[in-house]
Design a protein around this ligand. Structure first.
Ligand code: CA2
Length: 148
């Protein structure tokens, strides 16, 4: 069966490419989606790409991923640093989740250096800008292939 990965993006990431290019780059979320589609083709996997500014909607999308996708790549945006609800959702769906950030959260403000996602993720990729997305896809495929 073809591997299927959900790539989920949190609050404000719909505005990528419009402001703060020095932190987040000038690539838009649509550009990143195209990058992911191209890498998915190369890897021979299916992806679904989604974004929401709402914590509950992100929880709902994680729940809905169960039995549909084999893994999740999650850039939870600012909810990374605040959301016990997302942490619990990840624990409850029992799907491998890779935490992803465009910026290196460990080199930024103290409040960004704590992640509620990290303890329930299989790994974290951060600091590589948009290139982190295809990197995370490679990592997920490698994890899923090893697991079988
Ligand atoms: O580096 C990342 O990917 C972040 O998840 C991005 C979040 C931030 O809260 C996290 O600490 C790290 C913020 C995304 C905000 O995106 C913007 C897009 C355009 C203009 C301003 C912000």
């Amino acid at each position: 069966m073809t591997v299927s990965v959900l790539i989920l993006n949190g609050p404000n990431l719909n505005l990528l490419g419009t402001r703060q290019p020095e932190v987040y780059g000038s690539t838009t979320l649509a550009d990143i989606e195209a990058l992911c589609e191209a890498r998915a083709k190369k890897l021979g996997i299916d992806i679904a790409f989604a974004q929401s500014n709402h914590e509950g909607a992100l929880v709902d999308m994680l729940h809905a991923a169960r039995g549909v996708h084999d893994g999740v790549i999650l850039n939870a945006g600012a909810y990374t640093h605040t959301s016990v609800a997302l942490m619990d959702a990840i624990s409850s769906v029992m799907l491998p989740v890779i935490e992803l950030h465009l910026s290196n959260i460990h080199a930024r403000e103290a409040f960004r250096q704590h992640s509620y996602i990290a303890p329930v993720a299989i790994g974290q990729i951060c600091g590589f800008g948009a290139a982190g997305y295809p990197l995370a896809m490679e990592a997920m495929v490698s994890h899923l292939t090893k697991a079988q």
